[in-house]
Design a protein around this ligand. Structure first.
Ligand SMILES: O=c1ccn([C@@H]2O[C@H](COP(=O)(O)OP(=O)(O)O[C@H]3OC[C@@H](O)[C@H](O)[C@H]3O)[C@@H](O)[C@H]2O)c(=O)[nH]1
Length: 586
């Protein structure tokens, strides 16, 4: 048995760590934490970006060469003042001032990492060396995302971090598993030799939104095949096992590891173990019960079993996964249908199944929203929402759902009305079905709200964006007609109000048709009644330009002015009464 020190438990330090930036210790100016994420445009990286951007104290720099990642995964952050995206290959040095480095960059799917094995090993070795050099230079803490593949075809089951693995050093997978093993070695050598603050996560199989539909991994493969009506290709013998972790759980683990005090390596994965045949059966049952399951030849060195021992993660990070594959497969399939369909339609390979063509194509948004509405009515999604353990999972689900629908809208002017009505339908259904407001309220704190720094939500922002961009009369009329729901749901924001003013104000650059102007005024009346809102004077000024609003405006204004006088009078009377009633003390 190896000594503990070789497993990262008691590392010896020969040098003190390099000092972090002086700004960290400045007394009067607390700078934001600047975080570099290599591979941040990929599947896991982009989810990590989303989570870290939720903290307003973080500035994120993403470096990605887009080999497997995509700008699309980050499009909601592009242009954000706390976010920067750089096209960069980690095999080249990178000079940036950062406090933390999440080093994720490397193709992770077997078909991609085997595609150019020399490049894969360069990414793991030279890429990690470059990032360690950077961490050393700027005194940053660095986290490496290693992999369960360092255990190779494991002879110990489940795999604890102390297991040294059973890896073929000259096999077709070695570029990745040996590459990651060297990367781990480099991390520990820099830690011992230069005192660098390091963290190592060994990631087990992960799945979730934004997985590339064609990345060849088993979950995305089976779902895509089922959607296309093709046989599910189980690689022989089908009894090999994997344990699948949902991406939100994984990201949570990564952040805990970075923030914690343990260097790792720490296994991050879900111990729920499935054979590939079981997984195929699950996908078949959920998506297309009549699809065939076909046994195909396997690739060399495929591990026969894999399941993380997460005792260490539980002990040192207080972490364990919350989402179960079986429950979540429902959710995942539900929410990803739109994206998968979009990608499939975009690739126009003639593989689009009838299901997708009828319900998911961008030309048929209405059918799509009806289909989802039916789903909601059948209690399918709502039950899953209620079943989800925590608010961030619910939030992610809804966010994905609506983002997909929003993105489906090609003919935006036409589609938006449908999108809006769909969004409201969903809200109404949720409102009716949900017994507690608390549940509903969790839906409204979408991360995108940080873009605007107020507790608003993605619907309002999306809708405002569209209103401002499109300025189409039907949209402008449709939206205000539904606006009362926003008030009921407490979803009003200053930005919305400003937007409505821009349509209501005469002489504004977007001077609208009279009907739109009326609709905007009515909405403003509902949401921000004159007199009660601090900008009542501006409102009154504009309203006075419209004679037909004079009676209500003046009345509201008088009420507004009279109210505080009346209340202070009452207060005065009561306080004087109280003083008189009190017996005088000596
Ligand atoms: O179509 C398919 C694809 C894959 N499989 C099987 O499904 C299992 C899982 O294969 P995947 O390609 O999804 O993933 P692997 O477990 O081989 O590699 C994974 O390991 C952990 C991560 O760190 C790696 O990045 C990831 O690729 C394998 O046994 C494979 O033979 C099928 O049966 N059919």
């Amino acid at each position: 048995m190896a000594a503990d020190s070789s497993n990262g438990n008691h590392q010896t330090k020969t040098k003190p760590p390099p000092l972090p930036s002086p700004l960290r210790f400045s007394k009067f100016f607390q700078s934001n934490m600047r975080i570099l994420i290599t591979g941040g445009a990929g599947f896991i990286g982009s989810h990590l970006v989303d989570r870290l951007m939720e903290n307003e104290k973080n500035e994120i720099i993403v470096a990605d060469n887009y080999f497997t990642g995509s700008k699309d995964n980050l499009k909601k952050w592009i242009g954000h003042p706390r976010f920067e995206l750089i096209r960069h290959d980690v095999t080249e040095p990178l000079l940036v001032e950062v406090d933390q480095i999440y080093h994720l960059a490397c193709p992770a799917s077997p078909i991609f990492y085997k595609y150019n094995p020399v490049k894969t090993i360069k990414t793991n070795v030279i890429g990690t060396l470059n990032m360690l050099g950077l961490a050393k230079r700027v005194g940053a803490r660095i986290l490496l995302t290693s992999t369960s593949e360092v255990y190779g075809d494991p002879l110990e089951h489940p795999q604890p971090e102390t297991y040294w693995g059973n890896v073929n050093p000259i096999g077709v997978r070695s570029c990745y598993d040996e590459g990651k093993r060297v990367a781990e070695t480099l991390m520990f050598d820099y830690h011992r030799q230069h005192g660098l603050e390091i963290r190592i996560a060994r990631i087990f199989n992960t799945y979730g939104p934004r997985m590339n539909i064609d990345d060849g991994r088993v979950v995305s493969n089976f779902i895509a095949q089922a959607l296309r009506g093709e046989p599910l290709t189980v690689q022989a013998p089908g009894t090999q096992t994997r344990s699948f972790c949902y991406v939100s759980d994984l990201v949570d683990g990564l952040i805990r590891l970075m923030e914690g005090q343990n260097t790792g390596p720490i296994n991050l994965g879900n111990p729920g173990e499935f054979t590939m045949l079981e997984l195929a059966e699950t996908v078949k049952e959920l998506i297309k019960p009549d699809v065939e399951i076909k046994m195909v030849e396997n690739t060399p060195d495929d591990p026969r079993q894999r399941k993380p021992d997460i005792t260490k993660a539980k002990e040192v990070l207080g972490w364990e996964p919350k989402v179960k594959l079986r429950d979540d497969a429902n959710v995942w399939i539900g929410i990803r249908l739109g994206c998968i369909a979009r990608e499939t339609v975009a690739s126009s390979q003639g593989l689009v199944s009838d299901f997708i063509r009828n319900h998911q194509s961008s030309a048929n948004l209405d059918a799509f929203s009806q289909a989802i509405e039916k789903k909601l009515q059948r209690n399918c999604v709502i039950n899953l929402l209620l079943a989800l353990a925590n608010s961030s999972q619910r939030r992610n689900l809804l966010q994905e759902l609506f983002a997909d629908i929003a993105l489906e809208v090609d003919d935006r002017a036409k589609g938006l009305t449908q999108y809006v009505s769909f969004a409201f339908k969903v809200h109404s259904i949720l409102r009716l079905r949900s017994k507690n407001w608390e549940l509903l309220e969790t839906f409204y704190s979408f991360p995108k709200c940080f873009l605007y720094g107020s507790p608003t939500d993605i619907f309002v922002i999306e809708l405002i964006d569209q209103l401002q961009k499109l300025k189409e009369e039907p949209v402008l009329l449709h939206y205000p007609s539904k606006i009362k729901v926003l008030q009921e749901l407490r979803m009003t924001t200053t930005r919305l109000e400003v937007c409505l003013y821009s349509f209501a104000s005469p002489g504004s650059p977007m001077y609208p048709a009279r009907a739109v102007c009326h609709a905007a005024w009515e909405s403003l009346d509902i949401l921000y009644p004159v007199g009660r809102y601090p900008r009542h004077l501006i409102s009154l000024f504009f309203r006075l330009l419209y004679p037909w609003y004079w009676p209500s405006s003046c009345w509201n204004f008088v009420v507004f002015c009279f109210k505080p006088i009346f209340y202070s009078l009452l207060k005065f009377i009561f306080s004087s009464w109280g003083k008189l009633a009190k017996p005088k003390s000596s």
